[in-house]
Design a protein around this ligand. Sequence first.
Ligand code: FAD
Length: 301
Amino acid sequence: MYDLIIIGGGPAGLTAAVYAIRKRLNVLLLSKDLGGKTNYRLSLPWIQDYQVIRGLEVVNKFRSELEYLDFARHIEAVEKVSKNNGDFKVTTKGGAELQAKALIVATGTRQVRMDVPGEKEFTMKGLCYSALSYAPLFIDKTTIVIGDDDLALRSAAELSTVAKQVYLVCRNEKILETPAGHKLRNAQNVTILKDREVVEVKGDEYASKLRLKDPAGKVVEYEADGMFVEKALTPNSDIVKDLVKLDERGRIVVDSANRTNVPGIFAAGDVTNNVAEQVLIAVGDGAKAALGAYDYLLPNL
Ligand SMILES: Cc1cc2nc3c(=O)[nH]c(=O)nc-3n(C[C@H](O)[C@H](O)[C@H](O)COP(=O)(O)OP(=O)(O)OC[C@H]3O[C@@H](n4cnc5c(N)ncnc54)[C@H](O)[C@@H]3O)c2cc1C
C-alpha cells in the first residue's frame, strides 16, 4: 500500500512527486512517459536555440530526480481508478492493481488533430498546437490558425498583435458573431477563411504551405511561416470520470488547494479547471497538490 500514487509524469506530476518524496511519503508516480508535453519543442528556421518552454529547466531537474529514483516511478498507462474501502485502487493497462491512501491525478490534456497528410510530418516543425505559448516568436510573420472555437479566436487575436498577417480557418459562423469574433473581423491584418476544409500541410524542412478546399471543390495553397491547430483540448480525465466531479468540458473540478470533491483525491495541471495551460502553472499546481495530500495523510502517517 502506497501513501500516495501520482498519475501523470508531466510538469504537474513530476513536481508533485518530488515534493512528496521530500516529505518522505511512500510514493509512486505512474505515467505513460516522463516530461509530458514539455517533450514537444517547436523548431522554426529563424529561431536558434531558443528556449521556447519557460520553466523547462525546473521540470528537467525534477525529471532527472525521478529518473534516478526508479523505485518511485513506473512507466505504464493507468486504465482505471476506483475506491477500495477507505483507500483507492489504481488499475494499470497491463492489469496490475496498486493501492494508495491518496491520489494525485495530473494526466493533462490531448490536442484534437486535423488528421490530414503532412500534419504528423511537420508537427513542431512550423506546425504547432499552442499559439498562446509561441505568439511572441511570430513578430512580422505570416501565420495560420485552424480551429472553430474560443481557443482558435484567442490564438488568432494574440497572434494578430505581433504578426504581419493572420489567416483564421474557421467553419463556425456562430463564434464569429461574438465580441472576440467581431474584433478579428475588423482587424486589418486578419483574414477569416470560412467554409474551407484543410486538405494538406506541405513544406520542405518546415511546414510552409496549407492547402485548403473551398465549397466549390477548388484547392488553394496559403503560404505561412507558422501554422497553429487550435481545436479544443480534451482533458485526460476518463480514468476518474465516475469518481470525481468534472466540469462541462470534462476537466476535474478542484478548489484552491487542488482538492477534488472526493477526500484523498487531488488533481493538478491542465487536467483541472484551473486557468491557463502553462508549464509554470502546472508546476505550482503539482506542488500545491502534494502539500495538500501530505496534510491529508499526516494524521495517519
Ligand atoms: C505543442 C505545445 C507547446 C507548448 N509550449 C509551451 C511553452 O512554451 N510554455 C509553456 O508554459 N507551456 C507550453 N505548453 C503548455 C504546457 O506544455 C502544458 O501546460 C503543461 O505541460 C501541462 O502540464 P501537465 O503536467 O498538467 O500535463 P502534461 O504535460 O500533458 O502531462 C500529462 C502526463 O500524464 C500522462 N498521462 C496521461 N494519461 C495517462 C494515463 N491514463 N496513465 C498514465 N499516464 C497518463 C502523460 O503521459 C503525461 O506524462 C505547450 C503545450 C503544447 C501542446
